[in-house]
Design a binder for this molecule. Structure first.
Ligand SMILES: [Zn+2]
Length: 256
């Protein structure tokens, strides 16, 4: 009998992108669908223990062979491998266009969790890498709520804002997007003590504490987008386009 036990592996965005580049995917992929876990919430997230609870629920209660999503993005900015990319999710119906499903761990309904910081960074980056891998356009990224009458991935996430986060990544082949030298491909072990600040360690932060704090705050709010998995792009000048997007985002947040 086929082994059906899913075993979790977690990656930083950079490690995951390198892994993704090497995956031979022969099935067609025409969509990327975005979900949230609803439960567990961000507060309830405890690394591997939470992921195991998700796996148990999907395989034991829902009787699926695999977990439902192809990748899970947790609050600490880690990407967890889910259902093999070459297999359709068991939750998809036959009539659906073939999709890759990404699930955000948290409850992103209005007034609940906020999608920000390392989690936003990893999710937007992962989608950009998936678009590149499967040669898709950004309009092929769909919220679950666009397909069915559900609130998933949460009424608090504005689609246009979310897509703007994805678009701030350069539209280039994955290989060119990962500029950092090869790092160990081994998955990192997550414990309950995982510090999100460590996961999102940028190597080009300024020494000026005040500037550093301001940069990280704007980054967490999604106003400025990093240049790559380990660079914030501190020394790079701002284009009019980036400035316009940043001001628009601040304006929208003030309006809410
Ligand atoms: Zn969903």
């Amino acid at each position: 009998m086929e082994k059906t036990t899913h075993s979790w592996q977690s990656f930083t965005l950079e490690q995951w992108a390198r892994w993704l580049m090497r995956q031979p995917v022969t099935r067609p992929v025409q969509q990327i669908q975005i979900h949230h876990s609803w439960k567990p919430t961000i507060k309830a997230y405890e690394g591997i223990n939470t992921m195991e609870a998700i796996r148990r629920f999907q395989t034991k209660v829902k009787k699926m062979k695999n977990v439902g999503a192809h990748l899970y993005v947790s609050p600490d900015g880690l990407i967890w491998n889910g259902c093999p990319l070459n297999l359709a999710s068991e939750e998809d119906s036959q009539s659906e266009p073939p999709a890759v499903h990404l699930e955000l761990i948290g409850d992103f309904n209005k007034g609940k969790d906020e999608l920000s910081g390392p989690q936003l960074y990893a999710a937007a980056g992962a989608i950009r890498f998936l678009l590149s891998k499967f040669r898709l356009n950004v309009d092929q990224v769909l919220f679950h709520s666009e397909k069915e009458n559900v609130a998933c991935p949460g009424s608090g996430i504005d689609k246009a804002w979310f897509i703007a986060q994805v678009m701030r990544w350069p539209n280039r082949p994955i290989r060119q997007m990962i500029r950092m030298p090869e790092t160990k491909p081994a998955a990192i072990q997550v414990t309950n003590e995982t510090n999100p600040e460590q996961v999102m360690a940028f190597i080009d932060l300024p020494n000026n504490e005040q500037a550093k704090k301001a940069l990280l705050k704007l980054y967490k709010k999604g106003v400025i987008q990093p240049e790559g998995p380990s660079r914030l792009g501190t020394a790079k000048p701002v284009t009019r386009e980036e400035l316009a997007l940043a001001l628009q985002l601040i304006y929208n947040q003030l309006k809410r």
